[in-house]
Write a protein that binds this ligand. Structure first.
Ligand code: HPA
Length: 262
């Protein structure tokens, strides 16, 4: 079953025919909201609004561990994140969709692991390639089939927020090699990896990053809503197509020890 975590601009997935909603409890507390189960393009899917359905949870307060845990427990086999970002690279302007392939983590104060010492053994997971390549390819293929242009690859800089960046911070991120900046990619991506959940993202550029292009004098928000709405319709099309490519076979829990307390 495909799980979709929707960010700003995608607090509801109107294309999902919802069959039921479930309020999940986890050892890490409550997820951002009820999980919406249903059918997307005839296939089973589950949707979760990252910031809550009323969009009331800021990026640094999202309970990422509870969200990922609840999705895994609900039977998710693949997770696709949809998240708004600022574009650092000149060609990544408002309205562009990107399927990132790398991450630099600048977050500083988040619960960023399930392996926090409660286990008897120390665990270090491989995170060389943070996104699941097969899922990335499937997203790119779904977009191609829908005739929606998407950029293949980009380095996502994850910031703590909730404030936006200074122009100097964006310059630093660029020197580090980042193409995009957002506030929710970490620890979400690594937590999925810790649960052995294949995870990939569709990033929607809603503004130029601070100090860049139209944001040279400051980030103007008047067009963000408009850009985001239009882009999210394209994202919904891609997700519906993507859902068709997902297998429906029951997936045994690949990490049963980890789920033992839930
Ligand atoms: N910076 C950080 N996060 C964001 C931005 C940005 O410019 N735009 C959307 N999310």
């Amino acid at each position: 079953m495909l799980a979709i975590i929707g960010g700003t601009g995608l607090t509801q997935l109107s294309t999902l025919e919802v069959t039921h909603r479930e309020v999940a409890r986890t050892p890490y507390g409550e997820p951002s909201g009820a999980l919406s189960f249903g059918r997307l393009n005839g296939r089973e899917a589950v949707f979760l609004a990252r910031h809550g359905y009323g969009h009331s949870i800021p990026p640094h307060k999202v309970n990422y561990r509870a969200n990922l845990w609840a999705l895994k427990k609900a039977g998710a086999q693949v997770v696709v994140s949809v998240a708004s970002v600022g574009g650092i690279r000149a060609d990544l302007g408002p309205g562009v969709l990107v399927v990132p392939n790398q991450i630099i983590d600048y977050t500083v104060a988040r619960a960023n692991t399930f392996f926090d010492g409660a286990d008897t053994t120390v665990r270090h997971i491989d995170f060389t390639h943070p996104y699941d390549e097969k899922t990335r390819r499937q997203i790119l293929e779904a977009a191609r089939a829908e005739g929606e242009p998407v950029v293949d690859g980009g380095v996502y800089a994850a910031t703590e927020g909730p404030r936006l960046e200074t122009a100097a911070e964006i310059n630093r991120f660029e020197r580090d090699g980042a193409d995009l900046v957002g506030m929710t990619g970490m620890p979400e991506t690594v937590l999925a990896r810790e649960l052995d959940l294949p995870y990939a993202a569709i990033n929607v550029v809603v503004n130029y990053a601070a100090g860049r292009s139209a944001s040279a004098a400051g980030i103007q928000f008047e067009h963000v809503e408009e850009v985001s709405q239009a882009a999210m319709w394209r994202v919904r099309k891609i997700l519906a197509r993507l859902c068709q490519t997902q297998t429906q076979t029951p997936h045994p829990n690949s990490n049963p020890n980890l789920m033992r307390d839930a």
